[in-house]
Design a protein around this ligand. Structure first.
Ligand code: FPP
Length: 246
């Protein structure tokens, strides 16, 4: 089979963001444009995830967070939800060896409760298999919502009798699903939407936002590279003034 030559992409002039988070949007529209059912878009989205994980490892990204299924997505038609669950289960079955071989450590952001118990078992197994890998941490936000995550953290803090005077941003962060991980530097959203959609709302406080018109199944290695280049053109100020502000 003819293999297409991988384009040389020079990252040496750039700082690679440590943590990239992606809202993988546009699967449905990708499918519709081709006259296919929405599920076909999600299958193509899952295929693309494999490419983007590979590219992330290649580029030296340390943490990649993907928004796979939100707490709000339960409101979608039953047929679409079950198709998505089947895709997640298949990806966990078929991709875990490859992910493990690439040094990917899988993390789950969100609540496992409420998910089909068989799928829960597959997730737990995948986390166990990859737990000692450190090349790339792949956070899969699944049954995840930013507000739900904050409530979960507050409940835990109350249960731990955290005293108000001891509450700091660092302590609060340690109660989130992303505990111990750096905050995202760059949040990418495909399909041209300009919303944050309840994604990492605490952690992304100072992230650079990069919307791109590409539908998720079409967002490739070169698009990820372009996002990194754009990230390097931003002046991250964290509420301060820039060095050249005079
Ligand atoms: C958004 O497209 C995508 C999702 C809600 C699901 C994302 C799932 C995948 C990419 C499948 C693979 C993921 C894993 C973790 C195996 P949309 O349906 O909202 O698209 P639309 O806005 O065009 O309708």
């Amino acid at each position: 089979m003819l293999k297409t030559q991988k384009k040389e992409l020079d990252l040496s002039p750039y700082v690679v963001p440590q943590h990239v988070a992606i809202i993988m949007d546009g699967n449905g529209r990708w499918a519709k444009r081709r006259g296919l059912p929405r599920q076909a878009g999600h299958r193509a989205g899952a295929e693309n995830l494999r490419r983007i994980v590979r590219a992330s490892v290649e580029f030296g990204i340390k943490v990649l967070t993907i928004y796979a299924f939100s707490t709000e997505n339960w409101g979608r038609p039953e047929s679409e939800i079950s198709a998505l669950m089947r895709i997640f289960a298949r990806v966990l079955d078929q991709e875990i060896d490859q992910l493990h071989a690439q040094g990917v450590c899988l993390h789950h952001l969100g609540e496992l409760q409420g998910i089909n118990p068989k799928l829960q078992d597959k997730v737990r197994r995948a986390l166990e298999i990859t737990k000692n890998n450190d090349r790339l941490i792949l956070n899969v936000a699944f049954n995840y919502g930013g507000r739900a995550e904050i409530l979960h953290a507050v409940r835990q803090m109350l249960a731990d009798n955290v005293r108000p005077e001891d509450l700091t941003e660092e302590l609060f962060s340690s109660y989130l699903f992303t505990s111990g991980l750096p905050d995202p530097d760059l949040v990418i959203r495909t399909s041209g939407e300009l919303r944050i959609s309840n994604f990492l709302i605490w952690q992304a406080a100072y992230a650079e936002y990069y919307p791109t018109p590409a539908y998720w199944p079409d967002f490739g290695r070169e698009d990820l590279y372009a996002a990194i280049v754009a990230f390097n053109q931003r002046d991250r100020r964290y509420g301060l003034v820039s060095d050249d502000a005079g």
